[in-house]
Design a protein. Structure first.
Length: 209
């Protein structure tokens, strides 16, 4: 069964210092690799004069999860990897982090760099407001057009978020339903529509918990 995870709904920035080097971290929500790449490009443009702009992102969950870290010229494994580990270790996904370093003239060594980049991310996450995402199932409810208006009102008034409405030979409502509520939801819709609705379970998703 898929697990819940944390994500963000806005950008958070925080600056740390290690032996005169400044580390400016920005973390942001990113639902896709492309969104992460866009945020990274903007931060690199904003801090084009920095010594390094190291990056990390974690997108998706379970087997479909994508993780990537970039050391941007720092010694291999001393920046991107600890940044990814900081995101994963705190239970975050669908997030991107950029740590901008302005060199202060004192070398930190490999261990010092790992600590500096990892702590830059964790300290920024400590200041962010996380959003918990919980597993749900995308349920499709198909009804005839003559039922659609009343059924839509009832569905939108329920605690189950309406994700989409499609009009064809039937009207199909896509609903987000918690994994442990699928059976109860199916029974409720059957009662609501006097058994006239067709209910089908779709793909696994996550919704705000």
């Amino acid at each position: 069964m898929p697990a819940s995870y944390l994500t963000l709904d806005t950008v958070t920035e925080h600056e740390t210092e290690a032996r005169r080097s400044r580390f400016l971290c920005a973390v942001a929500p990113a639902a896709t690799v492309q969104e992460a790449a866009t945020f990274i490009a903007e931060r690199r443009r904003l801090h084009a004069g920095a010594t390094h702009n190291c990056t990390a992102y974690v997108i998706g969950t379970d087997a479909e999860q994508a993780q990537k870290g970039d050391d941007d010229g720092e010694p291999g494994g001393t920046a991107g990897t600890p940044m990814v580990q900081a995101l994963v270790g705190r239970g975050f996904s669908d997030v991107v982090a950029v740590v901008t370093r302005y060199f202060g003239g004192i070398l930190l060594g490999a261990g010092g760099l790992v600590r500096a980049y990892g702590s830059a991310v964790t300290e920024t996450l400590d200041r962010a407001r996380p959003v918990r995402m919980v597993p749900a199932r995308l349920m499709r409810v198909a009804v005839a057009h003559d039922q659609a208006g009343r059924v839509e009102n009832d569905l939108r008034a329920s605690r189950y978020p309406v994700q989409d409405v499609t009009y064809g030979s039937d009207v199909v409502f896509a609903m987000a339903v918690g994994d442990d509520e699928v059976a109860g939801f199916t029974d409720w819709v059957a009662t609501l529509t006097a058994g006239r609705a067709r209910v089908e379970a779709g793909r696994q998703i996550h919704v705000v918990g």
